[in-house]
Design a protein around this ligand. Structure first.
Ligand SMILES: *Cc1c(COP(=O)(O)O)cnc(C)c1O
Length: 523
């Protein structure tokens, strides 16, 4: 197989699934292969007509360039095609179901996009005088109102830019609250074993050490273990609800009670809020702080194409420590308080240079208003119904990790059903690509062996779910029938086969270099 000098195969490998047939030049049924833009060369070409530059050598002195800098040159149509071809290699929620568990990959309505592009929102500058942007401030205030109402919490910090950033905001507020009481003995944050990796990472980043809480056989926080691990050294507990096994924490009110009795705060990871929005108000459960991933629950695009947004709702106890800026209703209308003065005197600081992701605020608010309160409740109900449909229709061929009772918004399977087939969770996931489906989340949560976590969301129709289920059932049957080759070599039909993801993560090659030695290319 030929590789380019960053180790990427330059042509699709031959396929076995299509009878060993491969194209002669790398195309694939009207889908052309695409190399890196630098590999296209064309150094002396450009897509635009520019007048000859009239730079005086004297202006630049020593800094004048003496050699070409190697920028690729493409004509306008070539440029267009290059990026469209690359986009065809990228899976997107607009192409098909995107079943990644814990990610809530749902449809992003075009209405949101249209509103976010209104010039009154899109073209304002963060340094513009506040008096010139009353509409933007009003939208932020209304968004804040919906977030507080839906969660039953009195305050919200809008600025964090992702779920993980929201966690940081919440834990910093908790630390500030302990410090304000002069309590500096609390050095530990409790985190269940099934937690998303960002939870322990956040706690460690703020300077806490992490103590794990065990999980019961039915996938929930072990209350006895929690009680044993709570103490005067515990600053907070971080619990996801519904949790990363896709299950509602039945004892959540008791978890909050025990936590508060020990003088600690309850941080709820709200990434899975989509499963309960409009049905459950976290404030009623005793939560002190919770981030909401607007890009999950309220349909704004995810981080990679981002930016995301992770506002944090706060309880009465934590609200005074929220980061600036604060929206205040003054005599002249809405105003952003930028300084830690007045009511904001105890603010722990700032989470971002400006006021957060305006475009995400607009999209999320548009989504809320187009659904209405009743529509948002139905979002949660349909998301849970869809996940349970998948669980019910696959439980006879795959093994659900927690077979008893319904799940919430995601269906979790383990790899017990693959035992003896020679097929692993990874092989199975890769084979899904050959069937036209993006794999589900694999090997997470870590507490479930060979986990496969499927989150369909409410935006998939029964027809689409049935197609997905048919594909998974067919694959499951092939695995059990001993067709291990189909899985070991998968994906057969994708432009790239199995990549060495570990090597790519440990030694990423982020730079294209024109002339790498042959030994590098061979890697
Ligand atoms: C997605 C997710 C996060 C992190 O959110 P980001 O917006 O990706 O930073 C944290 N916890 C859970 C449970 C999640 O699913």
């Amino acid at each position: 197989m030929s590789m380019n000098n960053v180790g990427r195969p330059t042509a699709p490998q031959s396929t076995t699934a299509s009878g060993g047939f491969s194209s002669l030049t790398g195309g694939r049924g009207l889908l052309q292969d695409e190399v890196l833009i630098f590999e296209r060369g064309g150094w002396n070409k450009t897509g635009v007509d520019l007048p000859e530059a009239t730079i005086q050598a004297d202006d630049l002195g020593d800094l004048i360039r003496t050699a070409p800098i190697g920028l690729p040159g493409l004509s306008e149509p070539e440029t267009m095609r290059h990026y469209v071809r690359l986009s065809q290699k990228n899976h997107a929620i607009d192409l098909a179901l995107y079943p990644l568990g814990s990610c809530t990959m749902k449809h992003n309505p075009r209405l949101n996009e249209k509103l976010a592009r209104l010039s009154g929102f899109a073209d304002i500058h963060p340094l513009q005088p506040q008096s010139t942007v009353p509409g933007a401030l009003e939208l932020m205030d209304r968004l804040a109102h919906w977030l507080k109402t839906l969660t039953g919490m009195p305050a919200v910090a809008l600025t964090p830019k992702a779920g993980a950033h929201g966690e940081l905001c919440g834990i910093l507020a908790i630390r500030a609250a302990h410090e304000a009481r002069g309590d500096d003995a609390r050095k530990v944050v409790l985190v269940p074993t099934s937690a998303h990796g960002t939870n322990p990472a956040t706690a460690a980043f703020v300077g806490y050490s992490v103590r794990e809480i065990a999980q019961t056989d039915d996938g929930r926080v072990d209350l006895a273990d929690l009680e044993a691990k709570l103490g005067p050294d515990v600053a907070a507990i971080m619990v996801t609800n519904p949790n990363t096994c896709g299950l509602f924490e039945r004892d959540i009110v008791e978890i909050a009670r025990l936590t508060h009795a020990a003088g600690a705060y309850f941080y709820c990871d709200g990434a899975n809020f989509n499963a309960i929005v409009g049905r459950v108000r976290p404030g009623d459960l005793g939560v002190d702080a919770m981030h909401i991933n607007l890009h999950k629950t309220f349909s704004t695009p995810h981080g990679g194409g981002g930016p995301g947004a992770g506002p944090v709702v706060l309880s009465e106890a934590l609200a005074p420590f929220a980061p600036t800026p604060w929206l205040v209703h003054g005599p002249d209308g809405l105003r952003l308080e930028e300084e830690a003065v007045g009511e904001a005197a105890q603010a722990f600081g700032r989470m971002s240079a400006f006021h957060g992701q305006m475009g995400m605020y607009v999209r999320a608010y548009a989504y809320m208003r187009s659904h209405g309160a009743d529509g948002l409740k139905q979002v949660a109900e349909d998301a849970v119904l869809n996940a349970n449909y998948i669980k019910a229709r696959l439980s006879d061929v795959m093994s659900p990790a927690f077979p008893d009772g319904p799940c919430m918004h995601e269906a979790l399977f383990d790899d017990e059903w693959l035992e003896g087939t020679g097929v692993t969770t990874l092989d199975f996931a890769k084979a899904m690509i050959d069937e036209g489906f993006h794999p589900m989340t694999m090997y997470f949560p870590l507490v479930v062996h060979g986990a496969m976590l499927i989150e369909p969301t409410e935006t998939e129709s029964k027809h689409e779910l049935d197609r997905f289920i048919t594909a998974l059932r067919a694959l499951a049957e092939a695995a059990k029938a001993g067709d291990a080759d189909r899985f070991k070599g998968a994906p057969h039909l994708a432009p790239m086969r199995r990549l060495d993801e570990t090597l790519a993560a440990r030694k990423p090659r982020l730079r294209w270099r024109p002339e790498a030695p042959a030994s590098l290319a061979a890697q």
